[in-house]
Design a protein around this ligand. Structure first.
Ligand SMILES: Nc1ncnc2c1ncn2[C@@H]1O[C@H](COP(=O)(O)OP(=O)(O)OP(=O)(O)O)[C@@H](O)[C@H]1O
Ligand SMILES: [Mg+2]
Length: 292
């Protein structure tokens, strides 16, 4: 047991380490990215969030696609506030919306300002999000298509990163481009690969094999394949109803696959990754600080 003076000097030394030591089970953050538009990032995000919530994890989904708020639609809600209000000074807890057993931090449709946050605004947002880490066990971050600064900053700050790719050649090229930016510019060393909309196990294997070959050759980032999600018309039907697929049609093939993906991410997560969760946004802010 340390005395008060020791505790005080430790606190002064390094707040980040103290957080990690004192609260090893703080919020785990899983970012879903992929480069190409329309490959299933938002679908994956919303269903992973719903799958975690169904397992009893206090879960929040964050729409970092701040200029095109898809999660609202997928969860069938029309929030009055969005993350834009946090930037305007509102408490982040006022922005949280409840839907289907989870919480949502909504983006805002058609907001150019939010799609292109400068470093100062990102810092405000990350700080506010960090303050939620006592309230939630799991945060799922949906990211926009492309390799824009805001999406990549959110993706690289997460404890776990899921890269969604479909068998289309363009999707593979964009997933690789995305991994390249995350690896070279943001120092990411590990990502899960999720083959989506596959029509056969061979297609899933090919998605993983191609990305693996490119990464081994040019990036050296470690990739872990996740169970593939099949092409399934039930996905679009659930989306049209504004209900997560795992709630709307729990027995559909894609739903079963997504539930399996959530379980697999849990099984594969390293204790170190979990602990890193405690310093999630803080570490991102520190890195920013180093650079400027
Ligand atoms: N496994 C699947 N089977 C069938 N349809 C799917 C599957 N996954 C996604 N879709 C459909 O593909 C479309 C795009 O999905 P989604 O919006 O999740 O992609 P996204 O990557 O988030 O797109 P954006 O880059 O525009 O944000 C939607 O119509 C969705 O219903
Ligand atoms: Mg999306």
């Amino acid at each position: 047991m340390m005395n008060r003076d020791q505790a005080e000097s430790l606190r002064k030394l390094n707040r980040t380490d103290l957080v990690a030591l004192d609260e090893p089970n703080r919020m785990r953050v899983i970012a879903v990215t992929g480069g190409k538009g329309g490959v299933g990032k938002s679908t994956t995000s919303v269903n992973l969030a719903a799958a975690y919530a169904r397992k009893g994890s206090r879960t929040v989904a964050l729409d970092s696609d701040l200029g095109m708020a898809d999660l609202n639609l997928l969860l069938g809600v029309a929030p009055e506030r969005s993350l834009a209000d946090v930037l305007a000074g509102h408490p982040i807890s006022d922005v949280l919306v409840e839907a289907h057993g989870l919480h949502l931090l909504p983006g805002l449709n058609g907001s150019f300002q939010l799609a292109n946050l400068d470093a100062g605004a990102r810092e405000v947002l990350f700080g506010a999000i960090d303050s939620l880490s006592d309230r939630f066990d799991t945060m799922i971050v949906d990211t926009p298509a492309g390799i824009g600064e805001t999406g990549m900053a959110f993706a690289s700050a997460a404890t776990d990163l899921v890269v969604v790719a479909t068998p289309e050649p363009l999707s593979l090229a964009d997933a690789y481009a995305c991994l390249k930016v995350l690896c070279k510019r943001h120092g990411v060393t590990h990502a899960f690969v999720l083959p989506n909309s596959v029509r056969s196990p061979d297609q899933a294997d090919e998605v993983v094999a191609r990305l693996q070959a490119l990464s081994d050759r040019f990036l050296g980032i470690a990739l872990t394949p996740l169970p593939p999600v099949p092409f399934d018309p039930a996905v679009t039907i659930a989306a049209a109803h504004g209900v997560p697929l795992v709630v709307h049609s729990p027995d559909s093939p894609a739903s079963r696959a997504l539930a399996k993906v959530a379980r697999r991410i849990d099984t594969l997560a390293q204790p170190e990754t979990r602990r890193a969760g405690a310093r999630f946004w803080r570490a991102e802010l520190d890195r920013k600080g180093d650079r400027t």
